[in-house]
Design a protein around this ligand. Structure first.
Ligand code: T5A
Length: 213
């Protein structure tokens, strides 16, 4: 089996990081990945990406980041991530788990910020060179519930501080993407206890891994 690319998507506080970590351990424990499994994220999956992540998410930027500058910074992070990390890992045959990818740009910069969706699709194509996920797990949660989890954790970053209507538009973006890409995007009800969400994800991943063999 050649490498497989599994992406976690969803609004703030949906549980992506928590569930990606759990899936990583599950795949390792059950020895489901012959050539290994790795976890990464966007923004921030490379050295350059870490620098961009700080610039994108810090709340005390030297100046207001414009919507188009923000879009291009996420694209630059992705282009570097694809070339320096994702493609080499997939070429080795690894299962690559990734916290956010192209659908986040459509949802946040397209639906959230209101930038042109066709332009974003073209930019995603340039940044990825055509790389798409084999499976995207959309952790679907009520926006208010997700934000309240984030708030309970403490300090919020620049994106998390955006108003509620912004996050609702982002949520609509993920819902539309799931509708348009039924073969690739699987919806998970993330408004449940952590263990239940983990079991739902494991069962989808196991059946996908069998189908890919
Ligand atoms: N972005 C990103 C764009 O705008 N465009 C892009 O193209 C890309 C790639 C990334 C930001 O960048 C934006 C989107 C984001 O705003 P980030 O810090 O990576 O920043 O943001 P998130 O990915 O949203 O990370 P969060 O940590 O905010 O959310 P997660 O990862 O979904 O949630 P997680 O797992 O950290 O859990 C949050 C809290 O909830 C608890 C956890 O313990 C934690 O405290 N929790 C649960 N509580 C109850 N029940 C459950 N089932 C729970 N699961 C987790």
């Amino acid at each position: 089996m050649k490498g497989k690319f599994i992406v976690f998507e969803g609004v703030e506080g949906a549980g992506k990081t928590t569930q990606m970590r759990r899936l990583l351990h599950f795949i390792q424990q059950k020895q489901l990945a012959e050539a290994g499994v790795v976890a990464t994220r966007e923004p921030g999956g490379t050295k350059l990406g870490k620098e961009l992540r700080c610039l994108l998410l810090e709340t005390e930027s030297v100046e207001l980041v414009s919507n188009r500058a923000e879009l291009l910074m996420y694209a630059a992070d992705r282009a570097q991530h694809v070339e320096a990390f994702l493609l080499p890992e997939l070429a080795k045959g690894s299962i690559v788990l990734c916290d956010r990818f192209t659908d986040s740009t459509v949802a946040y910069q397209g639906y959230g910020r209101g930038l042109n969706l066709d332009l974003i699709k073209q930019l995603n194509e340039i940044a990825t060179g055509g790389l798409q996920s084999d499976l995207t797990l959309w952790l679907d949660i009520n926006v208010e519930e997700g934000l309240s989890r984030v708030m309970a954790r403490g300090k919020r970053d620049r994106m998390e501080q955006a108003d509620l209507e912004f996050h609702r538009r982002v949520q609509r973006g993920f819902a539309d993407l799931a509708e348009e890409n039924r073969d690739r995007i699987f919806r998970i009800d993330a408004d449940r206890p952590e263990d239940e969400v983990a079991e739902a994800i494991q069962s989808i991943v196991i059946s996908k891994l069998e189908a890919w063999r």
